[in-house]
Design a protein around this ligand. Structure first.
Ligand code: IPM
Ligand code: MN
Length: 356
């Protein structure tokens, strides 16, 4: 199969971790007889610096013409420390999500047996936890009307959702629940927010179409607690954009490291695959960042964008093997020897090629 992959390494550790994902993709292509064709584009701070635009038109065109987007990270302290800056790297990520119509962000939370002790939670709470967070990605406060008034001394952001936006993310979530353990948790703040009440209303209406699915409704504050109090309760969790952003960072604690969580953003145009972690500027260029989330995002790319399940599994098996053999970066090393980003990438690549 021919795989046209738009590669957007972005900022900070993005280029280093994406390079490892590309090596893993090449190894899989080599083993299974596919041909990957990469194009590279700018996004985020590097795009602002090179082209004055966090999501340049050329990058957009390239993504539209590709079968999948492999994404690193965006963000830079230069902009974080300047709240008055008009253009920000994160706008690149919001723009690509909106323009590719990526309304759903799928973040699986799995545990690796040998990493259970790495989680800040008790072993028995996390061992065997396995759920999927589905975050709405192109609505809510991220995209609602915002502004300042009173000479800049009052600021507002609006959380806005239409029935159409809610229905399409919920039907995706119900579909996941049908293919998994038939348990869907809808997270909202319907005791306060009108937008949440519409979410709940639409979800209740849809329940009738999926009689096999047990649906429960949870306020977001409670969900934040239940995620770490009993992560095994969850099967499929669905929520709006901002709640999903916050809860999925929290959920990464269950796996043991932010450096492990991959995601797929899917919608109307080309799907995008990215680690959930940020650009981690302190580590940029030091060859210490964990490439596993980026590599696992490549596994999701095979599975979601190309429906190549075995290829995805080859990557997953290699990642598990690297963790089990303790060939890991410092965040997972547990006092043992810490390997470099590229060494972990090489190890995984070799494993994929050699374990046919
Ligand atoms: C994420 C990130 C982004 C978000 C940032 C970088 C804009 O935190 O993908 O979770 O808030 O959505
Ligand atoms: Mn986030």
């Amino acid at each position: 199969m021919r795989l046209r992959i738009a590669t957007l390494p972005g900022d900070g550790i993005g280029p280093e971790v994406v390079a490892q994902a590309v090596k893993a993709v090449d190894a899989v292509c080599d083993r299974f007889g596919h041909k990957a064709e990469y194009s590279y584009g700018h996004i985020g701070a590097s795009a602002i610096e090179e082209l004055g635009d966090p999501y340049p038109e050329d990058t957009h065109r390239m993504c539209m013409e590709s079968d999948a987007v492999l994404f690193g990270a965006v963000g830079s302290p230069k902009y974080d420390n300047d709240p008055t800056s008009k253009v920000r790297p994160e706008q690149g990520l919001l723009a690509i999500r909106k323009r590719l119509g990526l309304f759903a962000n799928i973040r699986p939370v799995e545990t690796f047996k040998s990493l259970v002790p790495k989680s800040p939670l008790k072993d028995e709470l996390v061992d065997g936890a396995d759920f999927i967070c589905i975050r709405e990605l192109t609505g809510g406060m991220y995209f609602g009307e915002r502004g300042r008034k009173d000479d800049g001394n009052t600021a507002f952001d609006t959380c806005i959702y239409s029935r159409m936006e809610i229905e399409r993310i919920l039907s995706l979530a119900f579909g996941y629940a049908m293919r998994r353990k038939h348990h869907l948790t809808v997270v909202d703040k319907a005791n306060i927010l009108e937008s949440s009440r519409l979410w709940r209303q639409v979800a209740k209406e849809m329940e009738a179409e999926y009689p096999e699915v047990t649906v429960d409704y949870m306020f977001v504050d409670n969900a934040a607690m239940q995620l770490i109090r009993c992560p095994k309760f969850f099967d499929v969790l669905v929520t709006e954009n901002t709640f999903g952003d916050i809860l999925t960072d929290e959920a990464s604690c269950v796996s043991g490291s932010m450096g492990l969580l991959a995601s797929a953003s899917i919608g109307t145009h080309t799907s995008l695959f990215e680690p959930i972690h940020g650009s981690y500027p302190q580590a940029a260029g030091k060859n210490i960042a964990n490439p596993l989330a980026a590599i696992l995002s490549a596994a999701m790319m095979f599975e979601y964008a190309f429906d190549l399940k075995e290829e995805g599994k080859a990557i997953r098996d290699a990642v598990t093997a690297s963790i089990d053999s303790g060939f890991v970066t410092e965040d997972l090393a547990n006092g043992g020897q810490a390997r470099g980003t590229s060494e972990v990438g090489d190890w995984i690549t070799a494993w994929i090629v050699n374990n046919r």
